[in-house]
Design a binder for this molecule. Structure first.
Ligand code: MG
Length: 386
């Protein structure tokens, strides 16, 4: 596999402030742009790829943050990989995971970049290279189905209208955020209005406990396509017990941090679906291993989203083209989030909710809008092999 060897000669970190198409309400206030860390990685032969760190500005979905990831990359991760010889991107993962275990998203931004570099070196698409690395050996999908997540903050009428609009645009799955405090009325209304046009699901982000069984039973009776992460991330036994009492498939998201956690899910029957976010599992080495393990266990996957720019989206699209990603992923077109994306051709979705996979283009399949990136940069740091 000598053509997959990687020797990183230079890595440039850039933080950009990417303007959102509409302000986004979070627990700590309203933001009108996304802080994104971009990486430009060059190998010893001069090949260059871009990647993205999906850590968010504040700790919410995970403990990682933009500032923490920047420090982890600068102080530990980049020094561990720069100028070292790796036979395959999986070796980059192995080198990083033991030394920097608590920063999977920061690690993933480098590790996934080395997969893209190896694909570019082979003159093939990242999607094909990933498919080749899967035990399944099947070619990548040429297009991937797209779903949408609607937030907790909107009122009931808004949610029903947004769901109707989303199905009209072609989205194949609509996910509603939910908590034990949620009013189930609007969710029932969404089911009634658009349930025939799109798969419907709810995502609890771990907010329920076994005290909430009566509400969980009510949700179960709605016939949704899945209930995502009802209980806290580490409670595999609780999810297994809950799954036994529900008809609706449980989907695990935050629980799946590694292939070892996927093994636990499979062994204990803690759920029937996985929401995969490559950043959360430290990159593609673990993501492909989880994909293959779940396929054997007949557990389908879908690709989650972390408000990625067009660069991170390219990695998600490649991952979602693997054969066991059979459910619609959070792979919205660029225009849902960004007034202007940082890739020269924004991602688009057709009226059937499908996003094309650039299977015939070498590497990640998008070109970077360098001039626009330069306008957005708020800090930059370059590391070179000595
Ligand atoms: Mg989730």
């Amino acid at each position: 596999m000598s053509q997959d060897k990687t020797q990183l000669a230079r890595i440039t970190l850039r933080e950009i402030m990417l303007p959102l198409v509409e302000p986004f309400r979070t627990a700590t206030g309203t933001v009108d742009s996304r802080r994104v860390i971009l990486l430009e990685l060059s190998d010893a032969d001069g090949a260059t790829v871009w990647s993205e760190c999906v850590a968010e500005a504040v700790p919410s979905y995970t403990a990682e943050t933009v500032d923490g990831a920047w420090q982890a990359l600068t102080d530990w991760i980049i020094p561990l990989v720069l100028d070292k010889n790796f036979a395959h991107p999986t070796d980059v993962h192995a080198a990083l995971v033991s030394w920097v275990p608590d920063h999977p998203m920061a690690r993933a931004s480098v590790e996934m970049g080395t997969w893209a570099l190896a694909a570019a070196r082979r003159q093939e698409s990242l999607a094909r290279f990933l498919a080749r690395s899967s035990d399944l050996g099947a070619p990548p999908r040429k297009s991937v189905a797209t779903g949408i997540a609607l937030g907790l903050t909107s009122n009931g009428t808004d949610i029903v209208n947004q769901a109707r609009l989303a199905t009209a645009e072609g989205y194949r799955r609509i996910k509603l955020k939910i908590s034990p405090q949620s009013d189930l009325g609007p969710i029932r209304e969404v089911c009634a209005q658009v349930g025939a046009k799109a798969a419907l699901s709810v995502d609890a982000n771990g907010s329920f406990s076994t005290d909430d069984m009566s509400m969980l039973k009510e949700i179960d009776a709605m016939g949704l396509s899945m209930i995502e992460q009802p209980l806290e991330a580490k409670d595999f036994e609780g999810h297994a017990e809950l799954q036994r009492s529900l008809q609706t498939p449980i989907c695990l998201d935050e629980s799946i941090e590694s292939d070892a956690t996927a093994e636990r899910m499979v062994r204990l029957h803690s759920g029937r679906i996985v929401n995969m976010k490559a950043g959360r599992v430290g990159g593609f080495t673990e993501a492909v291993a989880i994909h293959d393990r779940c396929r054997l266990a007949e557990i389908p996957l879908w690709c989650g989203g972390m408000l990625e720019s067009g660069i991170g989206r390219a990695y998600n699209v490649a991952l979602a083209s693997l054969p066991n990603f059979t459910l619609p992923g959070d792979i919205s077109p660029s225009g849902r989030y960004w007034a202007r994306d940082i890739v020269t051709e924004p991602w688009t979705m057709d009226s059937e909710g499908m996003v094309m996979v650039p299977v015939e283009r070498a590497g990640i399949g998008v070109d970077i809008d360098r001039a626009f990136v330069d306008e957005l940069v708020v800090r930059e740091s370059t590391f070179s092999a000595s």
